[in-house]
Design a protein around this ligand. Structure first.
Ligand SMILES: [Zn+2]
Length: 156
């Protein structure tokens, strides 16, 4: 890995908080939502970020079950029913964020094009920011996306 890329990523990582975005990046070990991600997922994210020269902002990483339950309750209120809410937010027992196996990132455009080479795949068509690790994608590309989480058998 060329040294200038490491330096660029370090510079970007340093700049993001200074820009006042309140951003947490994939390199931010101090943040529990990053620190408690699955180690293989976190490793892939850092490899991709280094290659891209983009310190991806983590809008949401690992979540506690309580946090996830709160998000689901909020979604039920917003969308009017559990069925509709389930298209957007998983429950504490089904969410891959609770197990540390999912991350919501920005910007996701680089990953949508190059993520498969790192095993990083978009899973749901309606969530272009949500990525999970699919190691087989390195050789075979990402699997077809679900339209939304209700099509995902893991969510049942
Ligand atoms: Zn997500």
């Amino acid at each position: 890995m060329p040294r200038f890329l490491h330096l660029l990523v370090a510079a970007l990582t340093a700049l993001v908080p200074a820009a006042g975005t309140g951003g947490v990046t994939v390199f931010d070990d101090a943040h529990p939502g990053v620190r408690h991600l699955d180690p293989d997922l976190l490793h892939a994210l850092r490899e991709a970020a280094t290659a891209a020269g983009i310190a991806f902002r983590v809008n949401s990483g690992r979540r506690s079950p309580e946090h996830q339950e709160r998000l689901f309750r909020d979604a039920v209120r917003r969308y009017g029913s559990k069925e509709e809410a389930a298209r957007w937010v998983a429950t504490a027992t089904t969410s891959r964020h609770v197990t540390g196996d999912a991350v919501d990132l920005a910007p996701a455009s680089w990953l949508s094009e190059h993520g498969a080479a790192y095993g990083l795949c978009q899973i749901y068509r309606n969530e272009p920011w949500h990525y999970e690790l699919r190691p087989a994608a390195v050789d075979h590309g990402c699997p077809p996306m679900y339209a939304d989480p209700t099509e995902d058998p893991r969510m049942r």
